[in-house]
Design a protein around this ligand. Structure first.
Ligand SMILES: O=P(O)(O)OC[C@H]1O[C@](O)(CO)[C@@H](O)[C@@H]1O
Length: 525
């Protein structure tokens, strides 16, 4: 089958979607029968439920035609088979290959890349096991019991979100910390809590050139020097994770180095060495293996052509319907799990850096909307914060709820006839129904219009496996949406300008004088 990359507005099925006259009244149509019928398997034991989305069988039928016409699953297979999908940078897109091989052998310059990723995983397994067993110790002879990742963006958000998601449920072999911001308060605050003799730093930068990360590396090294610890050797307390082509690669300034490559985008790197080193050191490599298995399960589920059986595809297509037909510009991610506290922040980067584009894969301007603004917070905290706008504001914001039957930590307390976990789940379902059905009140201030769509990803418990599947679900959703919109989801030129200007500001370049003057004028209140 020949693959064609076409703009959304040229597709027959999109025109059909635009012409749909029926709409779904969630106030009437959200029934128990619909809740049971509108679910799709997401892999890793997760289910995606879309009963509270404003779609019906007719709309889903057209979304299926759109998915087929835009060859979404075929394009996903192209990714899996190692085609050069990232046209902006002329690169393959291989994060799926870090967690299993679902397509043909992928080679580059005679190197089998699945073998390369597995080799790195084995090296990480061996290294973390030696650290845990005390076969690798700190330079002053002490057991290493703390791991600190230094990195930013994709070299921070995913691994940090995953660490926080797992720290309650698995034995923590090494306590994890993260330094990302170039704000010196970040590094100072983390470093102030550490015993350097028992700490291993993981310096993570795919490019090896990110200014904030290199500044933080030097900050850390200087602070360890200033501690004047007898016999302390900083190079025995830092490993590097980078791509083989980066300036950091092969340096002997580090105890060891682990590699990913240019075919793994930063925001898709949690399942590569970028997430692998810190998570294996923190929890053991068996936990990281389960995380990879969950992600692989979701990747396999995303191969299904029928979107009713493919959660990532259904989620993507409903998102397109909401963005391009209903005109909704934001999506809120609302995990009813405190352990997922940084997951929305990770999705912000993954989704917005991928699909925040206004030209197509050929660089031509688009005249339809692409990726939405993503934000979110765990429930029930968010309920006491921004849900007011979600319920009664002038904008309709589609919602992505995430929930689990059981908590991660077994202890719970009955208060007023229910446990905390029961209260959490009751709030979750109450919100879904309240957003959909609203409540009429003669007092307009107390009236809830309803008809506010949401979906739910639900599982038994947040474990390494379900977390891997959850991560991969969203990665694949974003990938499918990028193909629908015909954008290149795998470069991020939009972040370059600010980086270049910041460097010019620091260098005092003439080009920036006017901007600096205007800015300082502004501050002269
Ligand atoms: O891992 P690196 O190369 O330091 O990059 C960090 C982050 O910076 C970005 O390039 C954006 O500034 C992200 O895409 C990336 O995840």
């Amino acid at each position: 089958m020949s693959i064609k990359y076409e703009n959304l507005d040229t597709l027959k099925a999109f025109k059909e979607l635009r012409a749909v006259e029926t709409s779904v009244d969630l106030k009437e149509e959200l029934t128990r029968e619909r809740i049971l019928r509108y679910s799709a398997p997401a892999g890793g034991g997760l289910t995606y439920n879309y009963a509270a989305k404003a779609v019906n069988d007719e709309i889903v039928g057209i979304l299926q035609k759109l998915s087929d016409e835009q060859q979404l699953v075929a394009k996903y297979k192209e990714v899996l088979n190692g085609e050069f999908i990232n046209t902006g940078e002329n690169r393959k897109v291989l994060h799926h290959l870090t967690r299993g091989q679902l397509g043909s052998d992928v080679t580059f310059e005679d190197k089998n890349l699945r073998d390369f990723y597995v080799e790195q995983q084995n090296r990480i397994r061996e290294f973390s096991s030696k650290v845990h067993k005390g076969e690798i110790k700190g330079s002053t002879g002490k057991q290493l019991d703390t791991v600190v990742q230094i990195g930013i963006g994709g070299s921070d958000l995913g691994p940090r979100a995953m660490y926080l998601a797992l720290e309650n449920i698995y034995d923590v072999e090494m306590e994890g910390h993260f330094i990302s911001n170039v704000d010196p308060d970040d590094a100072n605050a983390v470093l102030g809590r550490l015993n350097f003799e028992t700490t291993l730093f993981v310096l993570v930068s795919k490019s090896g050139t990110t200014q904030e990360t290199l500044a933080n590396r030097n900050f850390v090294l200087e602070k360890t020097r200033q501690a004047h610890i007898h016999g302390f050797n900083p190079s025995k307390h830092m490993v590097a994770v980078t791509s083989e082509t980066s300036p950091l690669a092969g340096s002997d300034e580090y105890l060891d180095s682990f590699y990913m490559d240019d075919f793994i985008g930063g925001r898709y790197s949690s399942t590569s060495a970028v997430g692998g080193v810190v998570l294996s050191l923190a929890f053991g490599s068996e936990v990281f293996d389960q995380f990879l298995a969950g992600a692989n399960d979701a990747d396999r589920a995303a191969l299904e052509l029928d979107l009713r059986k493919n959660a990532a595809l259904m989620d993507a297509m409903i998102g397109v319907y909401e963005r391009n037909i209903l005109g909704y510009g934001q999506t809120a991610v609302l995990p009813y799990s405190q352990a997922l506290s940084r997951f929305p922040a990770h999705l912000q980067q993954m989704d917005m850096e991928s699909n925040g584009k206004s030209v197509n894969r050929r660089g031509e301007p688009l005249n339809y909307q692409t990726g939405p603004v993503i934000f979110g917070e765990p429930g029930t905290n968010g309920q006491h914060s921004f849900y007011q706008l979600l319920h009664q504001g002038t904008d309709i914001v589609p919602l992505q709820f995430i929930g689990f039957k059981d908590s991660q930590i077994p202890f719970d307390l009955d208060y007023e006839g229910s446990t905390s976990q029961q209260k959490l789940k009751a709030n979750l379902v109450a919100q879904i129904v309240a957003f959909a059905k609203g409540k009429e009140d003669k007092n307009s201030n107390k009236n809830f219009a309803g008809q506010r769509p949401s979906s739910l990803i639900y599982g038994l418990q947040l474990t390494a496996r379900s977390l891997g599947a959850l991560l991969a679900h969203f990665e694949n959703k974003v990938l499918f949406q990028g193909f629908v919109w015909n954008v290149n989801s795998f470069d991020q030129e939009g972040v370059q300008l600010g980086k270049v200007l910041a460097k010019q500001v620091l260098a005092g370049g003439d080009a920036m004088d006017e901007a600096l003057k205007a800015f300082s004028d502004l501050l002269e209140i």
